[in-house]
Design a binder for this molecule. Structure first.
Ligand SMILES: [Zn+2]
Length: 258
């Protein structure tokens, strides 16, 4: 049976490990730290079959070369736009990848914005979204434009309601603090905050989230809602209606400056 577990790296990164104990096979997503992966594989007696990379930032890729040097036969799947030297299979928007040894098939979706090379991997059950979508938040826009990032998030928000969302950082509590400033009347945010506080107090990750939850609580996926639009306009002293894309851009700037 397939399991998906969060391996904590650095302060708040999660390296998602997909593994099948029956076949003793594993894949990891964005291994920023090789040792964390090596320890997990040893503890569970797993053989690493491959790596998925979402984008080029060091905290997502620093472990790739060390893992490849110890296990030279592993596959390394990454964005055609990254040109990471350890990549063995370059992929782009709408490609499909087969994760050998664990029987998982994922589609690739290009999500430029946080970085220009950013891609996400998904199927009906799971979305591995790197630094594009966070629970109750989204990634900072480092290389792309707000328009690109908004388009990327809108693509992700169209995936199935039941899809589990595997983000790469434990930012949820901080993001919820911002979400409730934007939508103080949103009861779903308050309820989710209690759930997250409980999980964190037990030492558990707040993730994965689920897309239906994100659509209810994540202000960056809710720019079409009047409550978010009015809040952004009030914060910026605007009285004219603005586009959803501009609501998103102002929301991102608001979050960047607190
Ligand atoms: Zn990043």
């Amino acid at each position: 049976m397939l399991k998906i577990e969060a391996l904590l790296a650095f302060e708040d990164n999660y390296i998602w490990c997909l593994y099948d104990t029956e076949h003793a096979s594993a894949w990891v997503v964005d291994p920023g730290d090789a040792q964390v992966v090596i320890n997990f594989l040893a503890r569970h007696k797993l053989k690493l079959q491959g790596i998925l990379i979402t984008h080029h930032h060091w905290d997502h890729t620093q472990g790739v070369a060390p893992l490849k040097s110890i296990m030279p036969n592993i596959q390394v799947i990454g964005s055609r736009a990254t040109q990471h030297p350890s990549t063995t299979h370059y992929v782009q928007h709408e490609d499909e990848v087969e994760l050998d040894g664990i029987g998982v098939r994922l589609k690739v979706i290009a999500t430029p914005g946080h970085t220009l090379d950013h891609i996400c991997y998904y199927n009906d059950q799971a979305l591995f979204c790197g630094d594009t979508l966070f629970s109750a938040g989204c990634g900072r826009i480092f290389e792309g434009s707000a328009t690109q990032m908004y388009h990327a998030l809108m693509q992700l928000s169209e995936l199935d309601d039941e899809t589990y969302v595997y983000c790469t950082h434990e930012y949820t509590e901080n993001n919820l603090f911002f979400a409730e400033q934007v939508e103080p009347e949103n009861q779903d945010i308050q309820n989710y905050k209690l759930d997250v506080q409980l999980r964190r107090s037990r030492g558990l990750p707040s993730l994965p989230s689920q897309l239906k939850i994100e659509r209810a609580i994540n202000p960056f996926l809710r720019c079409h809602h009047t409550s978010v639009q009015e809040s952004v306009m009030r914060h910026n002293g605007l009285c004219m209606q603005i586009s959803e894309k501009d609501v998103f851009a102002l929301l991102r700037t608001w979050k960047d400056n607190i």
